[in-house]
Design a protein around this ligand. Structure first.
Ligand SMILES: *[C@@H]1O[C@H](CO)[C@@H](O)[C@H](O)[C@H]1NC(C)=O
Ligand SMILES: *[C@@H]1O[C@H](CO)[C@@H](O)[C@H](O)[C@H]1NC(C)=O
Ligand SMILES: *[C@@H]1O[C@H](CO)[C@@H](O)[C@H](O)[C@H]1NC(C)=O
Length: 499
């Protein structure tokens, strides 16, 4: 074969291996800040059933990682901000982290880890300068540790950043540049990522634009907007997602990085906890987004589309509500993997709900018909329930915001009862409540029943006086049992050896 033939072969092999140039498939964030998380194997099935082939985790939790082993799903593995300081201080700490949280899962469980996401929005304005000194050194140490572990090619580093790391001085994408307080740092980080063939990850939230500014044109937050557009030179933008993304492209270009790869690490729309967080808007936004992904559509300044990770897969009822009550309702699915709204995932394929979920008994805790709202224990009881359970659906403009005062109390009592796994005593509230088997849900307001996480049987907690003695007796019984077993095993083994 002449040199020419080799060349032809090279290109055929190259083309086959490289596959289509367009970014394919769907990515999703899998957060686990839930009082009753779905079992990891059910989540992995849910991801596969819905065609998600990429997932982003916020930290290296053993059970989700193991469930992702040999699933065919690519993983972006996050490192929480609290870890940045220790990882920045020594390469050794980074090596240990990579060994325990990356190498092990790749080699032992076959997890397809592709990225390590160092920190989570560490330069967010509200964090002030907390992570400013440690993020870049931590990134460098993790990169060094990956190379040392022989994973330098397979696993890339990145930092998921909030879109507030860049801004525009004239409200147009072409005015884009990095925030002045971190510009030098951003340039160093992007040069480092670029030198290591690693992508920049950005989280973009059109919902928050709308949430923050009552005069924000609603149309412009979605992808089917027509009435409002922003004209920037020869380009006319009809949605804030594209305008925001291109602001980043301009910022990169101005600082000498016109071709660094970008990943959209989080983008989505919540369904509850704010008047603009509702099923209709969330469906409208996410459908527009999924259509773009399916079509492989980029933006005017970067026609090559980025990989996109939707935020998020399921609702998380113990997330901090500091950003707003909507924070616990970003899921495409409810906390239990039930469908919130229909979404066409391309080729007429629709969302599929989680399968095999086991629930607690079909019973709810509600305000007793005999109880009086003037009861002196009433306000305190609701307050108690809502301190320990998630009442974010009760707020103004939320899915249960229209309930009257008695149903409102029922909702609060039920959330507490379910969150406490329907344990005995969790539906008492100074005799203001009763248990019912009639579903109190109304229209969009779901009175939930939690997933059975195996905690409802522990109702018989021994009272303090006798518990010491009882547990002592229990350990004696276990000790005797174990000893007997060991003796048996010894006898059996020795007989086997003789034969
Ligand atoms: C691995 O990651 C988990 C969760 O992020 C963390 O708790 C653990 O300390 C990490 N291991 C090492 C050696 O840092
Ligand atoms: C319902 O309960 C929530 C949480 O305690 C409270 O904020 C809201 O004002 C209540 N609404 C009504 C109508 O009582
Ligand atoms: C609840 O009702 C029971 C029985 O009627 C009564 O003995 C108890 O004192 C009541 N508890 C409260 C807190 O009102």
């Amino acid at each position: 074969m002449g040199f020419h033939n080799y060349l032809v072969w090279f290109f055929i092999v190259y083309a086959v291996c490289k596959g289509p140039a367009v970014a394919k498939g769907l990515g999703c964030n899998w957060g686990t800040r839930a009082s009753h998380p779905l079992p990891p194997n059910i989540v992995v099935k849910l991801l596969k059933d819905n065609g998600f082939d990429k997932v982003k985790l916020f930290e290296a939790e053993p059970a989700p990682l193991r469930a992702l082993g040999r699933s065919g799903i690519e993983v972006m593995l996050g490192i929480p901000n609290d870890f940045l300081a220790p990882l920045a201080s020594t390469v050794r700490a980074a090596e240990d982290w990579v060994q325990q949280n990356v190498s092990l899962y790749i080699s032992k469980y076959g997890v397809d880890i592709r990225y390590v996401a160092v920190g989570n929005e560490p330069f967010l304005k509200t964090y002030k300068d907390t992570y400013k000194q440690t993020t870049f050194p931590a990134l460098q140490n993790i990169q060094a540790a990956l190379i040392k572990a022989g994973l330098g090619r397979q696993v890339k580093v990145t930092i998921p950043l909030n879109a507030d790391v860049y801004q525009t001085d004239n409200n147009l994408p072409s005015g884009g540049d990095f925030r002045s307080d971190i510009r030098t740092l951003m340039v160093s980080i992007i040069r480092f990522l670029s030198d290591n063939g690693a992508p920049l990850t950005i989280n973009i939230y059109p919902f928050l634009s709308l949430y923050a500014d009552p005069h924000f044109p609603v149309d412009y937050a979605f992808f089917d907007g027509t009435s409002s557009s922003v004209v920037d030179g020869s380009i006319s933008y009809t949605n804030v997602f594209e305008a925001n993304y291109d602001t980043l492209i301009w910022a990169l270009q101005k600082n000498g990085f016109s071709s660094v790869p970008i990943i959209v690490g989080e983008v989505g729309w919540p369904t509850d906890g704010d008047p603009n967080a509702n099923l209709e808007y969330a469906r409208r936004f996410n459908q527009g987004l999924v259509n773009r992904i399916v079509q492989g559509k980029g933006t005017p300044k970067r026609p090559n589309p980025p990989d996109i990770y939707l935020f998020g897969l399921v609702d998380e009822d113990i997330k901090s509500v500091e950003p707003g009550n909507f924070e616990r309702h970003w899921g495409i699915f409810y906390f239990d993997g039930a469908i919130k709204y229909s979404l066409d995932l391309g080729n007429g394929r629709n969302l599929v709900a989680a399968k095999g979920v086991e629930y607690l008994a079909r019973q709810w805790c509600i305000m007793s018909p005999e109880a009086n709202i003037m009861d002196s224990n009433f306000p305190e009881s609701i307050n108690y329930a809502c301190t320990y359970a998630d009442c974010t659906s009760l707020g103004y403009g939320s899915s249960c915001g229209g309930l009257d005062i008695r149903n409102n109390a029922s909702y609060a009592f039920n959330m507490f009862y379910q969150t406490e796994n329907q344990q005995k005593g969790a539906c008492q509230f100074s005799n203001l409540s009763v248990i019912t088997t009639v579903d109190p849900s109304q229209e969009n307001c779901r009175f939930e029943i939690m997933i059975d996480v195996g905690k409802h049987e522990q109702t018989k907690t021994p009272s303090s006086a006798s518990s010491g003695i009882r547990s002592h007796q229990n350990s004696m019984i276990i000790l005797i049992f174990v000893t007997t077993m060991m003796m048996w095993i010894t006898i059996i083994t020795s007989t086997t050896v003789v034969h």
